[in-house]
Ligand binder design. Structure first.
Ligand code: GTP
Ligand code: MG
Length: 165
């Protein structure tokens, strides 16, 4: 799985929450990712290799190095972020999904930080980042709201994704 999205969206916090409980870090120990992290663990009987990319601009060119080797994408959006950031997520997603190596790769989008009162719901985020647009026509995709911090909403999205790979 390749986990992508803007910096500060909650990617590493999400991956931390997917790991077996004994291997998790306390959420306050999660720091901005430098480059990327690779984690290997079993989830719902699936052996996963999860590549958690940094969302910082200077690392974006690293992302496509992994496109050939992955089976599914998790794209994390901070659902409580500003209109400009949502616009940035939208163009980032469009660029990424138009890459030839990601043609048809299943896509799970998390509208993260649902625990924050200002967070938008999954349907609103789907429209903000244009999930209904052309780039999603030829692939299986799913969006769900979640809180990577509390764990709420993660299971449903992950079950969907594991059913596609
Ligand atoms: P980069 O590694 O820089 O790309 O960031 P990231 O996407 O990995 O984000 P990270 O997991 O480091 O989280 C960024 C901040 O958001 C941290 O302070 C997290 O505690 C916080 N955060 C992540 N998920 C949630 C969430 O669901 N709710 C709330 N309230 N905060 C969250
Ligand atoms: Mg990170």
């Amino acid at each position: 799985l390749l986990v992508m999205g803007l910096a500060n969206g909650g990617k590493t916090t999400l991956v931390n929450n997917l790991k077996p409980e004994k291997d998790r870090d306390p959420p306050e120990f999660v720091a901005p990712t430098v480059g990327f992290n690779v984690e290997r663990f079993t989830l719902n009987k699936c052996k996963l290799t999860v590549v958690d990319m940094s969302g910082q601009g200077k690392y974006h060119e690293l992302w496509e190095c992994y496109y050939k080797d992955i089976q599914a994408i998790i794209f994390v959006v901070d659902a409580a972020s500003s209109a400009e950031q949502l616009e940035e997520s939208k163009s980032m997603l469009a660029t990424m999904l138009s890459h030839k190596d990601l043609k048809g790769t299943p896509l799970l989008v998390f509208a993260n930080k649902s625990d924050l009162p200002e967070a938008k719901g999954a349907a609103a985020i789907a429209s903000e980042v244009n999930l209904t647009g052309a780039v999603c026509d030829s692939r299986a995709w799913h969006i769900g709201a979640c809180s990577a911090l509390t764990g709420d909403g993660i299971d449903g999205g992950i079950k969907w994704l594991l059913g596609k790979i």
